[in-house]
Design a protein. Structure first.
Length: 228
């Protein structure tokens, strides 16, 4: 990243650009090295400034992580809002939301959300960030429920399905390399197809019958008591 420490006629804009550079650089380093393994000295070195200069834009390393994760989560919520506003069936909106989520987790802030998250932060900060995560989860759950109701999705548990979709898409942020051979869309689209269509060919021969799951011992005892 080119350092933004250059003269500008707009001091507010200049300060915001520099603060954003601090956050984005830190998000990238946190994602690549880990939060605890990254020092503010390294962030300053990347930006070619002194460590005391950073404190003009941020108060602490914890504040940097909080802001990085907050920005990443708000990027997701904003993207999901645009996806659902585009209209169409529940499945159409769900696919657009999956694409939006996948794109964000390949970016600096999104990767920081997935690779580092809020766990290193104090309890109050964790609560605020988890409230943003709950909003994202609610969008996926609602769309899955709507898809089942309209008949475009097979009956399922919306909570479990939403966790599965978000979890699989989140994992892209773990292994995706921004400077690797594949563009984000080249990994996001196959992932979405696999999640929606599965791996098995849709023929009777290819879909094995699944044996019934045996009930837990306590459940069997409960049924015997009810019969007698």
């Amino acid at each position: 990243m080119r350092s933004p420490w250059v003269k500008s006629r707009n001091r507010d804009e200049e300060r915001e650009l520099k603060r954003e550079a601090v956050l984005r650089t830190a998000a990238r380093l946190f994602s690549e090295q880990g939060f605890h393994a990254t020092s503010l000295d390294e962030v300053a070195e990347q930006l070619q400034v002194t460590k005391p200069t950073l404190y003009y834009y941020i108060k602490s390393k914890d504040e940097i992580l909080f802001e990085c994760v907050r920005i990443g989560l708000e990027m997701v919520t904003d993207s999901l809002a645009r996806a659902t506003a585009s209209g169409g069936s529940a499945v159409d909106q769900l696919v657009e939301c999956m694409r939006a989520y996948g794109r964000v987790v390949t970016m600096d802030y999104g990767r920081c959300v997935i690779r580092v998250g809020e766990d290193p932060l104090p309890p109050d900060s964790r609560r605020k960030l988890r409230a943003l995560k709950a909003r994202i989860d609610r969008v996926f759950r609602d769309l899955v429920s709507q898809g089942v109701a309209e008949g475009s999705l097979a009956p399922c548990d919306p909570k479990l399905t939403a966790f599965t979709l978000a979890g699989a898409l989140s994992w892209i942020g773990r292994w995706y390399q921004p400077h690797g051979a594949l563009a984000p869309e080249e990994v996001i689209e196959p992932c979405i197809r696999t999640l929606l269509a599965g791996l098995l060919r849709r023929t009777e021969e290819a879909v094995p019958c699944r044996p019934a799951v045996p009930a837990r011992p306590d459940a069997r005892r409960s049924r015997r008591r009810s019969v007698t």
